[in-house]
Design a protein around this ligand. Structure first.
Ligand code: SF4
Length: 322
């Protein structure tokens, strides 16, 4: 299904955390959207604000220290920052699927898999027990857990990490959500299993035409999974656009640095890591937050904050070089 309006339209999102050392400005005015059937990546180093952006969208920022202070999270026409807690729980279970990094902590260790997988369908889709049973077998078949009817009675500890993540994928799509948010779902898996899980997610995304928001630090995964990408640095989107355009012609010096730091098959060029450390989010540098690490830094970069500007074809960058 295509729709003029995006399924998810995030505007000027701001999320802070209070700590004994001071206020962590984790997300500082982030805007992006995800169209129906679209696949959008958010990429950045750890501490860039990408995971907190996803948690803010889902209203899962842990209180009382974390708080989303401003912005809009328009999902299918409703601002999720304004709906009741009860309605938000329904949306999380039914309309937005979630897959996190660690499937072990996402699954309840004392409940059989069929109880956990069927919960959403019983609660939100009001299917009969027979229908839920049929759909669960079908879902396990789709995510490659076989024999499905036997495995459904297993407990989480009886499965490998890769299998648990397959269960999480089955749970995330059980209610046929409009959007799935995946946060580093393959980080803890070995490379072969990672490739299988990515293929599985891509296949299911195409089959169900689900929209996907994929959070990762891995540019290779973004290239494989997403059509569009938002590069985050210091709590802001610093570059966004079509994945091919951004990866082929990166404009922001931070994106250039990320690309130079990934190994290329057969290349003799040395790998170059980005010098310096990600900024302290309690004391973010003035001007462009990348200025202490930037090889192209100019005088104004130390005082003036660059806005995200369109440089053509939906490619946007926040840098005084443009
Ligand atoms: Fe570098 Fe200046 Fe661009 Fe920031 S604004 S990325 S410091 S050139």
């Amino acid at each position: 299904m295509s729709d003029e309006k995006p399924v998810l339209d995030v505007k000027d999102l701001v999320t802070h955390f209070q700590t004994p050392e001071g206020t962590v400005q984790a997300v500082r005015g982030v805007s992006f959207d995800v169209g129906y059937g679209d696949s959008v990546g958010i990429i950045g180093e750890s501490g860039s604000g990408k995971t907190i952006t996803a948690l803010s969208v889902l209203r899962l920022v842990p209180p009382p220290y974390g708080k989303t202070l401003a912005g809009q999270v328009n999902f299918k026409g409703e601002d999720l920052l304004k709906v009741t807690d009860k309605h938000m729980r329904e949306i999380r279970g039914r309309d937005i699927g979630m897959i996190f990094q660690d499937p072990t902590s996402s699954l309840n260790p004392v409940l059989a898999l069929n109880t956990q997988l069927g919960e959403g369908m019983r609660e939100h889709m009001h299917h009969s027990s027979q229908e839920v049973g049929r759909r669960m077998v079908n879902l396990f078949d789709k995510v490659g857990i076989k024999p499905a009817s036997e495995r459904l009675h297993n407990f989480p500890h009886q499965l490998s990490g890769g299998m648990k993540q397959r269960v999480m994928i089955a749970i995330s799509i059980a209610c046929e959500p409009a959007l799935v948010i995946a946060d580093e779902p393959t980080t803890n898996l070995d490379v072969t299993i990672q490739a299988q899980i990515l293929r599985l997610m891509k296949g299911l995304k195409d089959e169900f035409n689900t929209s996907l928001l994929y959070i990762t630090h891995n540019l290779g995964i973004v290239a494989q999974m997403c059509k569009r990408v938002n590069v985050m640095y210091a709590g802001k989107v610093v570059e966004s656009g079509d994945v091919r355009t951004v990866l082929k012609n990166p404009k922001h010096p931070y994106t250039m640095g990320l690309l130079k730091s990934i190994p290329k098959l057969g290349s003799k060029e040395p790998l170059v890591s980005i010098p310096g450390m990600p900024p302290n989010m309690i004391a973010i540098p003035s001007g462009c937050p990348f200025n202490p690490r930037c090889p192209y830094v100019m005088e104004r970069c130390r005082t003036d904050v660059p806005e995200l500007r369109d440089v053509g074809d939906g490619h946007a960058v926040s840098c005084w070089l443009y």
